[in-house]
Design a protein around this ligand. Sequence first.
Ligand SMILES: [Zn+2]
Length: 412
Amino acid sequence: MRGARVWARLLGVERAIVDDVELEDETGSLVVRVHLQRRDRARCGRCRRVCPGYDGGEGRRRWRTLDLGTTRAWIEAAAPRVRCPEHGIIVAAVPWARHGAGHSRAFDDQVAWLAAHCSKTAIVALGRIAWRTVGAIVGRVVSDARAARDPLAGLRRIGLDDISYRRGQRYLTIVVDHDTGRLVWAGDGRAEATVEAFFDALGPERTAALAEISTDAAVWLVNPIRRRAPDAILATDPFHVVHWATEALDELRREIWNRARQSGDRSLTRAAKGVRWLLYRHATEFNPAQRDRFERLIALNAPIAEGFLLKEQLREVFAIGGPAGVALLDEWIGWAKASSSARFRVVGRRVEKHRAGIVASLLHGLSNGRVEAVNTHVRLIARIAYGFHSADALIALAMLRLGGVCPPLPGR
Ligand SMILES: [Zn+2]
């Protein structure tokens, strides 16, 4: 292999014919000038159909490609326009780059691979490109990969969740495949419309093939799922159910402390404060004043103690799981509904309302654990993707890192 063909191979333009190669003095870059083989000429940039020529477009243009050693390299070629019956007047396709891209396919794929494996600083320095450009490249690489291999194909068991980013001002809805642990879809926002958009992308046939769906009990998630996938088993995520009880316990603790402080009952407030000293003593050593304080303290703590036990018992329901977990769940609902605390009575009714979903989760062992793990990763990615300034670029980076759509390094 010699001359022009060596250059074509080195610069990743094997399918083109090299006219000349020049080391440009003013930019210090290597420029390879090429023209297309006859079979690649006059094809639509989007559908690659052979079309009648239209005009010369904006003349010759350049595509950044992989560095040659330490030198920046560019491919230069004519960029004529064709008239596609479907896509109208459009810039003709070139075999070395994606449509509309200013970088070669090899350059795109390398940047995407780096974005899936390296830090932002490493990619920007190695590629000599802006972080925003990385966002655009990742976007087109992922949309290509998704067109080649649909991540929504063959789904059986999925989990849905929402993620807050930008200090809780923005949200994403994510869908994770329970069987592979992969992120298969993400949408901007958290609303019924976002969930509907997922089912639209999935289509009726693949929706009908879904066997189990896990979510938290949020109405905006549950309602559209029930509407669009009525035959799938809807499992309510244990993590969120236990969280209701934890939240109620925290509120109860704050409420009791505030009530003691605001009541003006100084001995009660003091009782709450001087606990430790009192508890070191033997009950038999108490004088009448101390005994009084001790009893008030117990009364003060009783609802918290009950709340704590309720929370622990609910956790136990999911730890046991299966039919025994279901039996314990039903006991738990009865106990919570009869609790001395109004907050726990509310949680009891809430759990009862979602009983079917919780039972499904207990019997099918579907927990959102995998979904939570993906959620944590996406939140980290959101921090890295901050400079992209668009939810689509964030979603593309998340799909690249967690969706199994990362391309291999060029030539490997
Ligand atoms: Zn076309």
